[in-house]
Design a protein around this ligand. Structure first.
Ligand code: SF4
Ligand code: SF4
Length: 435
């Protein structure tokens, strides 16, 4: 694609990177074929190629965003299916991030939109705030019909009870059955996930400890920053990124870290991008790059680095038909697909393929709250494809998908790490007790 940035514009590091990406695009439109919003809405501007043109036009012409542009950019799920399809290697993720930051700087959203986005930014990125809101929601739930549509959706998506934790909160979880751990990893414990599904972190820690791996959960790290990053709130996101990078890098230098483990693929995708985000920051560049290099999804880490002890449980435990839902951030964002499937297969269970598995379930961070109609349609299609293959339960590696899918079906859904934990000597997950 031809570009027309001036020399002055190219002095800006973000323009410079985006220009290189625009130049790779050959307008072929292959990406439209696998874009969920293009498939649903059929408008060129609701597909990746159209959005690339909109972003290019704003940046090249120093044009402020307007309602029309914002509508189409906001409809993008950031599912990155287009990146998997693109034959020219266009990094759409960096373009849409740049486009969103530009919108946030140049466009004043309507008051209600601003209030909702600020509310999401404050509540979802801090586990304490989210816990308080979750408790309050229990009281207002019976009166949800009184609220506007968007708030009603948020209330509906809130879990009905606060699950109990079974592991005490500690900084270091020691490896079992060994004096010297075989590895030492940091776990990103997350913001929303640790409140609504603490069992995911607990399964991760138990499983790693049982296999001789020490797990450190440094104090002060909550959100990975992706929530504000995707809302275009780059100032807030950068504060979080810098804090996380400093804490993890310090731990890496002082006590050593073999990996930083993420068990939420949406967060893992962002951690792996810290290096790019700080590519021009003299102070953080080296540290951010190291954090990105150390980051691995839990399934990637287990598959590559851990000799899992499946033997005892696998031969005796009951076997199931499991539908594996590949989260977009996992398959398109991190290009991890076979590892979780192969891990589940090693437990002796049958993995069922979901048709149109490359398409998003509609969760996409805060998307199901901000673009509820599109998200609902995507969920409906996903559930139809899942129920068609009649699984006994579903497995995935992203809390957003777990919340979204469980709102559309009664089929139980588990994080992949809970299955691996169970078949290597951990407890049977609570929601499968009756299966
Ligand atoms: S990220 Fe997803 S929704 Fe956005 S343009 Fe690409 S394929 Fe379409
Ligand atoms: S598939 Fe890639 S090269 Fe083709 S239009 Fe889409 S982004 Fe551009």
């Amino acid at each position: 694609m031809e570009t027309n940035f001036s020399e002055k514009q190219l002095k800006d590091k973000d323009n410079k990177s985006s220009e290189k990406i625009f130049r790779k695009c050959v307008h072929c439109g292959f990406c439209n074929a696998t874009c969920p919003t293009y498939q649903l809405l059929g408008d060129e501007l609701d597909g990746p190629r159209g959005r690339i043109y909109l972003i290019k036009d704003m940046l090249e012409n120093n044009k402020p965003a307007n309602e029309h542009i914002v509508k189409h950019i906001d409809r993008c799920l950031s599912c990155y299916s287009c990146m998997t399809t693109c034959p020219s290697g266009v990094n759409y993720m960096h373009l849409i991030d740049h486009g969103r930051n530009h919108i946030e700087k140049t466009y004043k959203r309507p008051l209600v939109d601003r209030l909702i986005r600020n509310f999401l930014s404050i509540t979802l990125s801090k586990s304490f705030n989210f816990r308080v809101i979750m408790i309050l929601t229990q009281f207002i739930k019976p009166f949800r019909f009184l609220f506007p549509k968007k708030l009603k959706t948020m209330i509906n998506l809130m879990p009905t009870k606060l699950p109990k934790k079974t592991l005490p909160r500690m900084k270091v979880y020691r490896a079992q059955k060994t004096k010297k751990p075989v590895a030492r990893v940091a776990l990103l414990s997350g913001c929303v996930q640790k409140v609504i599904s603490p069992q995911i972190n607990e399964a991760t820690i138990r499983l790693l400890n049982r296999h001789g791996i020490e797990v450190v959960v440094p104090k002060g790290i909550d959100c990975c920053g992706s929530l504000n990053h995707h809302l275009g709130k780059s100032g807030l996101a950068n504060q979080t990124f810098k804090k996380n990078i400093s804490i993890w890098y310090d731990e890496y230098l002082k006590n050593g870290l073999d990996a930083i483990i993420s068990n939420t693929s949406g967060c893992g995708t962002t951690l792996k991008d810290y290096g790019f985000i700080f590519r021009s920051d003299e102070y953080f560049k080296k540290k951010a790059k190291k954090i990105s290099e150390l980051t691995q999804d839990i399934t990637e880490y287990l598959y590559d680095k851990v000799k899992l002890d499946f033997i005892t449980q696998s031969t005796t435990a009951k076997k199931y038909k499991i539908a594996y839902h590949s989260a977009c951030s996992m398959q398109h964002g991190q290009k991890i697909h076979n590892e979780p499937i192969n891990l589940i297969k090693k437990t002796g269970n049958e993995v069922l393929e979901i048709s149109d598995g490359h398409l998003c379930c509609g969760s996409a961070g805060t998307y199901n709250l901000l673009q509820n109609d599109i998200a609902k349609n995507l969920l409906k299609n996903k559930i139809a494809n899942i129920e068609k293959i009649k699984p006994q339960f579903i497995s995935t590696g992203n809390i957003g998908c777990i919340t979204q899918i469980s709102n559309g079906t009664k089929i139980p859904i588990l994080h992949t790490v809970e299955i691996i934990d169970w078949y290597t000597g951990g407890p049977k997950p609570e929601i499968l007790r009756k299966l």
